[in-house]
Design a protein around this ligand. Structure first.
Ligand SMILES: [Zn+2]
Length: 482
């Protein structure tokens, strides 16, 4: 597929592997949370500059978002990366026992150190390919913060930063490599604040109006609603403010946070309206008042058949990632800390027959797998409503490793993680190059995108008046301090 004497795309990925393995390891070592990824974004921006991208800092007015562009004219292909970590998952690398680096500290429990570095690795190889072959077109790397509950891509969509993008490509670390059915739920996280009237609970209970009663009645109402909602929907709640710990004071304030998930955006928005009605009913019953505020929201992932087929062809051409005996030995040690159930259900989730004694991915999972079993949410979903989007899974850790676990953090710097990341970068870069070489593929992806969303107007799950929870300067100084 390459012109004479020009390096092909996979060689270009391999040529800079040490740069990106080192980047991933540095990000692993500085785990930062939602919208506090100041050091991580600086690392990504430095590589973008060093590799000759045109860099935009503070994309969408988010200090920890960055964008780098290379190339001229032609279509625009975006490769999306992330670099946020999770709280409470600090863990030493390369060992198969739980041992935090910093007790209670953060850790990369979702592999986003690999996600961002692998996406930037792919974008850099595509840039080098466009230069080497004199091809028209622009490749962009979007460094997107706060995937874990922060919905930054929704804010970035709202700011219009993807408006001139033709195709978006991403990946996520996983136990297996492949392109699965894009199943992720639309969601909204929303706070309900109830306000009543405080009073002495024994001397003058008749003068008090309890906000906590309202929260309890609201939860009862929503629990009754469960019988009458689609079976794929999910509703969870947490009482984040009970109004105090003194039972002899009528609670004047109380807050409950709801997370509402459904198969697609319109269904989720319908459920949200019903939950709001129940909140109003609870306020009416208790003579309190209620105010709600959306915290974050993601749209469901919209699939794209031509893009998924193209990415799968790239995977088949490349084959599964190649791991060695040492990689398998460490993964087997990790598996010893898991249950057989963890391992079996990991195979099943990707449409594969369980095979015990196979610690690492050695096959590409079938493209039709994943129906109804991957029911989380991701902010990549919101991008997929405005740009034809495709996402693959890259095999970077032992089969059976639970998401958001110390075992996942422990494997984040292993040679197998690097190999799985390079493998995903090759598939993403190969997919992008195919799209640049054949504009008809881009047109097919756009036609599929239009068909799927015809008659369903996009309503961003993040309302216009909600701002991302960016930390103040004082907190920022604290988080940057060693
Ligand atoms: Zn993740």
């Amino acid at each position: 597929m390459s012109a004479k004497n020009s390096p092909d795309i996979w060689n270009l990925v391999e040529a800079k592997r040490e740069t990106f393995f080192a980047l991933s390891d540095r990000i692993w070592e500085m785990p930062e949370l939602n919208y506090e990824e100041f050091r991580s974004v600086a690392e990504h921006a430095a590589i973008l500059e060093q590799q000759g991208f045109r860099v935009t800092h503070g994309v969408a007015d988010i200090p920890t978002a960055v964008m780098g562009e290379a190339g001229e004219g032609g279509p625009v292909i975006a490769i999306l990366g992330e670099y946020d970590a999770l709280p409470g998952l600090s863990q030493e690398a390369g060992i198969a026992e739980q041992r935090p680096v910093v007790p209670g500290g953060n850790g990369h429990g979702c592999g986003h150190n690999l996600l961002g570095s692998g996406a930037l690795m792919a974008a850099t190889a595509v840039k080098d390919y466009l230069e080497a072959h004199g091809l028209k077109g622009r490749v962009r790397y979007y460094g997107c913060p706060a995937e874990e509950g922060g919905s930054s891509k929704g804010f970035m969509v709202r700011a219009g930063v993807f408006d001139d993008v033709d195709i978006a490509i991403s990946w996520h670390p996983a136990p297996f490599a492949g392109v699965n059915n894009p199943i992720s739920l639309a969601c909204n996280e929303i706070n309900f604040h109830f306000t009543g009237r405080a009073s002495h609970a024994a001397a003058s209970p008749h003068l008090g109006r309890s906000a906590l009663d309202a929260v309890e009645l609201m939860n009862v109402g929503v629990n009754y609603m469960r019988e009458h909602m689609p079976s794929t929907a999910r509703i969870h709640y947490a009482v984040t403010d009970t109004g105090g710990s003194a039972p002899n004071v009528v609670q004047a304030n109380a807050t409950v946070r709801y997370l509402i998930r459904a198969r697609d955006l319109p269904e989720m928005q319908g459920l949200l309206r019903r939950v709001k009605k129940i909140a109003e009913g609870a306020a009416l019953m208790t003579e309190t008042s209620v105010r709600s505020e959306i915290v974050s929201g993601d749209a469901n992932l919209v699939g794209n058949t031509p893009l998924e087929q193209l990415m799968h062809r790239n995977l088949e051409r490349l084959g599964p990632p190649v791991f060695d005996e040492q990689d398998r030995a460490f993964a087997a040690k990790i598996q010893e800390t898991l249950t057989d159930e963890d391992i079996k259900s990991s195979f099943a989730r990707f449409g594969l027959k369980p095979r015990m004694g196979v610690p690492l991915c050695d096959t590409i999972f079938p493209p039709e797998s994943g129906d109804g079993t991957l029911v989380g949410s991701t902010d990549v979903g919101t991008v997929s409503w405005v740009v034809p989007t495709v996402q693959m899974r890259g095999a970077t850790y032992a089969i059976g490793t639970p998401g958001h676990s110390w075992q996942l953090v422990a494997q984040g710097k292993a040679p197998a993680a690097h190999k799985g990341m390079e493998h995903a970068a090759k598939v993403m870069a190969g997919t992008a190059v195919d799209l640049f070489r054949d504009p008809a593929l881009i047109e097919a992806a756009k036609a599929d995108f239009r068909d799927r969303l015809a008659g369903t107007p996009f309503v961003n799950p993040i309302p216009d008046d909600v701002d991302p929870p960016i930390p103040t300067k004082a907190r920022r100084a604290e988080s940057v301090a060693p």
